[in-house]
Design a protein around this ligand. Structure first.
Ligand SMILES: [Zn+2]
Length: 64
């Protein structure tokens, strides 16, 4: 299982999330502040893994 450290855009806390292998993770609740970590509407990225973590999701790696 692959994990990524997603950084919350609201409180900047990092949390470890499991990267889904077949879907894009478009939202996640921050374990620190409880707010929803969601992809910005103008984002070029496909998921919050690509947007807010140090990893790229498997889906985007296939497409590039
Ligand atoms: Zn947060």
């Amino acid at each position: 299982m692959t994990t990524a450290n997603v950084r919350c855009p609201q409180c900047h806390a990092e949390q470890t999330v499991t990267i889904p292998e077949t879907t894009c993770l478009v939202s996640e609740l921050c374990a620190h502040c409880g707010k929803k970590i969601a992809l910005p509407q103008d984002s070029q990225n496909c998921c919050i893994i690509c947007e807010y973590s140090d990893q790229r999701c498997p889906m985007s790696q296939q497409n590039t």
